[in-house]
Write a protein that binds this ligand. Structure first.
Ligand code: NAD
Ligand code: GLY
Length: 367
């Protein structure tokens, strides 16, 4: 059972016309009937989870859903970024079809970003689209991946290359689930929290700096604020540019370098958040070279990333290998790599950069 809840749940709305939905944030939400109220009516639900999360939270979610659905099925996937692929995705379709699930069946993604991205993609494509609910259980998923409707699997040649934009019907962030998260995963989630400061909100960056120890200690109020403010910023961006025709790309700050680290080392070697943390250091150095933020700001955010327990030096894949990997990034246009750079604290832009400047950044940022 969860501890008694001290704070009432908070809600952040994603305003997308008839695809609008709420993110509910609070402690003990898995067991609260209100978390699951007024979802699309259906006879059946399928919970998609993995071998790590299932023993922790599956029975609680099943118990809550059994009061709403005649049948609650589940599919337990292997755990790991290396399983974010076609073969594992197909196991979700196998489960849906073998249980005779119809086009009203609601999918529930119970887990981190890997489960959420795969369950979302399955929901987008099963019978051309069934409703789904994100129930994120990692910090990274609560502050980023469960929100905004990006769903995908990886391809050996590029990360998140096969997928769809498909919004959930709701996101339920039970902060209690973060208690069982390994410390390394908590740090990975902090990378995506820190991201929102330089791209959108200098005051939030100040707050994270002042509260990084509380966040690492998992103080409930600090976590609640970090999740809520991150979701508010993401909601604002996604509400303006759902399908990333422009503004939304700023949410990929650090990701161009980071995805190259993940793909270059092999998925699962570094955590996604670790690669993003280090990628942000690289992107900040590039920003400085391109005439954006000054050295003091680069130093300040780099120090925060290190305090969060994240790597700030990248693997020595070789500059040419980084460049090759970054050319398959989704922001690349006609083979030209485009980076999210920080123009000034709180303001980001997407720009190309001369290869030589990127090589210089890689030379000073890898070992
Ligand atoms: P993850 O899903 O692999 O979860 C991290 C680890 O924590 C896993 O081993 C998982 O089983 C375990 N876990 C999950 N919840 C737990 C809990 N409460 N207690 C104990 N263990 C728990 O990784 P992640 O960092 O959550 O997500 C990374 C993925 O998200 C990447 O694939 C990335 O591409 C994707 N992503 C997507 C978006 C998007 O907008 N869709 C945004 C950012 C990241
Ligand atoms: N995580 C980046 C995005 O949702 O656009």
């Amino acid at each position: 059972m969860s501890a008694p809840r001290s704070e009432p749940p908070q809600q952040v709305r994603i305003a997308l016309g008839d695809r609008s939905y709420h993110i509910r944030i609070g402690a003990g939400l898995l067991d609260e009937a209100a978390s699951w109220d007024a979802l699309p009516p259906a006879a059946a639900a399928l919970v998609v989870t993995n071998t790590t999360v299932a023993p922790l939270y599956l029975e609680r979610l099943r118990a809550a859903l059994t009061t709403r659905y005649r049948a609650v099925f589940d599919v337990v996937l292997p755990d790991g970024e290396e399983y974010k692929d076609w073969a594992t995705l197909n196991r979700i379709f196998d489960a849906l079809l073998s249980h005779g699930c119809d086009r009203k069946t609601v999918l529930f993604a119970l887990g981190g970003g890997v489960v959420g991205d795969m369950a979302g993609f399955a929901a987008a494509s099963y019978m051309r689209g069934v409703p789904f609910v994100q129930v994120p259980t990692t910090l990274l998923a609560q502050v980023d991946s469960s929100v905004g409707g990006k769903t995908a699997i990886n391809h050996p040649l590029g990360k998140n290359m096969i997928g769809a934009f498909y919004q959930p019907a709701r996101v339920v962030c039970d902060l209690d689930t973060l208690r069982t998260l390994p410390a390394r995963e908590l740090s990975a989630g902090l990378a995506e929290v820190i991201k929102y400061g330089p791209i959108a909100d200098p005051a939030f960056l100040d707050w994270i700096e002042a509260n990084i120890d509380a966040l690492l200690a998992r103080e409930p109020q600090a976590l609640a604020h970090a999740v809520k403010r991150s979701c508010e910023i993401k909601a604002e961006v996604v509400g303006q540019d759902e399908r990333e025709s422009g503004l939304r790309a700023i949410l990929n700050f650090g990701h161009t370098f980071g995805h190259a680290i993940e793909a270059g080392l092999g998925y699962g070697e570094w955590l996604h958040g670790e690669a993003v943390g280090c990628g942000m250091v690289m992107a900040l150095r590039l920003s400085q070279r391109l005439g954006g933020v000054d050295a003091a700001f680069v130093q300040r955010v780099t120090a925060l990333i290190a305090r969060a327990g994240l790597p700030t030096v990248g693997p020595a894949l070789g500059a040419e290998r980084y460049l090759e990997l970054m050319r398959v990034d989704k922001k690349a246009e006609a083979g030209e790599i485009r980076f999210v750079v920080i123009e000034r604290p709180g303001q980001a832009a997407v720009r190309a950069a001369p290869d030589d400047q990127v090589r210089e950044v890689l030379a000073e940022s890898t070992r």
